[in-house]
Design a protein around this ligand. Structure first.
Ligand code: PMP
Length: 425
């Protein structure tokens, strides 16, 4: 038995499923998790010493690659001054100023500790501001694990094939209305059926938790128009796309301004961080200024702020990072398109910037219904082949592929060679 298997046998005794987040389990791909010991640049190593080209990047934060020297040094330096004060710090001010400078729709911002918390808090702010109870989300979008968002969710929920999590009260689920991604008609119908009841529409501006599904032309603009007309807020969940599709995220990339935005991942550089922000009049509803309560003992933690600030400052100073990561992504995704085209494989590749997905369905994949047509057993076979040959992709079909500034053309060539071998077997 290998060391990873040994650890997994121990893990399942005391951790549900042996993992602290379901997306880390390898059950959906018919395997057991590799336990990871270290990561550097574009590589991760498991406890057996095997090296993999990493296409997960901690599910998004590692846009500069792992163990980036300036970020590591910022963390070590901040840790030398104490791990947490539970009091205001200069770094929090700098972080808020930087986010508001880089993302024009964000006039005020509050730091939290995860993407889940960011979304949960933004929803409360939207309900507090509008005085309305209901939220519209899209089938296949994942917004973290707060009760209201565990209805027709993407990511691990989609992999598990459950419509809604157990433990979510019926009353909560009733206030969550679901529309189809890329289908403005389904959104209009919900507004027509629930007049004056909908506080907000929340959307992943690029859906990255049902594989990868780009917004159809006009979809985000349409959401902006509908919400404005109906007096509801538009929330962009940019936990994945924020500071990834560019310094101003998907909202800059597509030129659509939401009322509120949620962030995570890249703004923490790998530390547990999230944030939500947006229009001043909405954010002034938050305690201690307004009546919407939201708090956090470790929010704005000095070590986490040091890591996130270092990463955002590097991105601001070196926006060529985006072009470089996207160029490697184009090499990978165009290469995969070529291979599946040559072999006539029933697959399709979606991509935007440094994000993408290889779906095991002929496609097109434009929403959750078309994503669910994917052959997840075939994905499992492909995943195991890639892993055995040193390429570490998400252990589930309905997750994105993440490229970073550290990936090199030779990594992509190697990966395509391994993929070609799979499709020509
Ligand atoms: N929103 C989106 C779009 C996400 O992708 C995720 C996590 N992958 C979350 C929210 C939740 O973030 P966290 O896991 O940090 O709670």
């Amino acid at each position: 038995m290998g060391r990873s298997e040994e650890l997994f046998t121990r893990a399942v005794q005391h951790i549900p499923g042996g993992v602290n987040s379901p997306v880390r389990a390898f059950a959906a791909v018919g395997s057991t998790p590799r336990f990871i010991r270290k990561a550097d640049k574009q590589f991760i190593w498991d406890v057996e010493g095997n090296r993999y080209i990493d296409y997960i990047g901690s599910w998004g934060p590692m846009i500069l690659g792992h163990n980036f020297p300036a970020i590591r040094e910022a963390v070590i330096s901040a840790a030398g001054s104490g791990l947490s004060f539970g009091a205001a710090t200069e770094k929090e001010v700098e972080m808020a100023e930087l986010i508001c400078e880089l993302v024009p729709s964000v006039e005020m911002v509050r730091m939290v500790n995860s993407g889940t918390e960011a979304v949960m808090s933004a929803l409360r702010a939207a309900r507090g501001y509008t005085g309305r109870p209901k939220i519209v989300k899209f089938d296949g979008c994942y917004h973290g694990h707060c009760d209201a968002m565990l209805v027709k969710a993407g990511s691990g929920v989609m992999t598990a094939g459950v419509p809604s999590s157990a433990g979510v009260p019926a009353g909560t689920a009733e206030d969550t209305l679901t529309a189809a991604y890329n289908d403005l008609g389904s959104v209009r119908a919900l507004f027509a059926d629930n007049p004056g009841q909908i506080a907000a529409v929340i959307v992943e501006p690029v859906a990255a938790n049902m594989g990868l599904v780009p917004p159809a032309p006009g979809f985000l603009q349409g959401l902006r128009e509908i919400t404005k007309k109906e007096g509801a807020l538009l929330i962009f969940d940019e936990v994945i796309t924020g500071f990834r599709l560019g310094l101003d995220g998907a909202q800059g990339f597509y030129g659509v301004q939401p009322d509120l935005t949620t962030f995570g991942k890249i703004i923490g550089a790998g530390m547990p961080v999230g944030a939500y922000g947006g229009r001043r009049d909405v954010m002034e509803q938050i305690a201690p200024v307004g009546p919407v309560y939201q708090a956090g003992t470790l929010s704005g933690n000095p070590v986490a702020m040091a890591a996130g600030l270092a990463q955002l400052r590097i991105l601001k100073g070196h926006p060529e990072v985006y072009a470089r990561a996207a160029a490697r992504a184009t090499e990978l995704f165009d290469g995969l398109r070529e291979i599946i085209g040559e072999r006539g494989a029933p697959c399709t590749v979606n991509s935007v910037g440094s994000l993408g997905c290889l779906f095991f369905t002929p496609g097109p994949v434009v929403d959750a219904a078309s994503a669910r047509r994917a052959d997840t057993d075939a994905y499992g076979l492909y995943f195991r082949h890639m892993l055995q040959n040193g390429c570490y992709f998400a252990p589930a079909q309905f997750e994105a592929i993440f490229l970073s500034n550290a990936h090199q053309s030779e990594d992509i060539e190697r990966t395509l060679e391994v993929a070609r071998a799979y499709f020509t077997r």
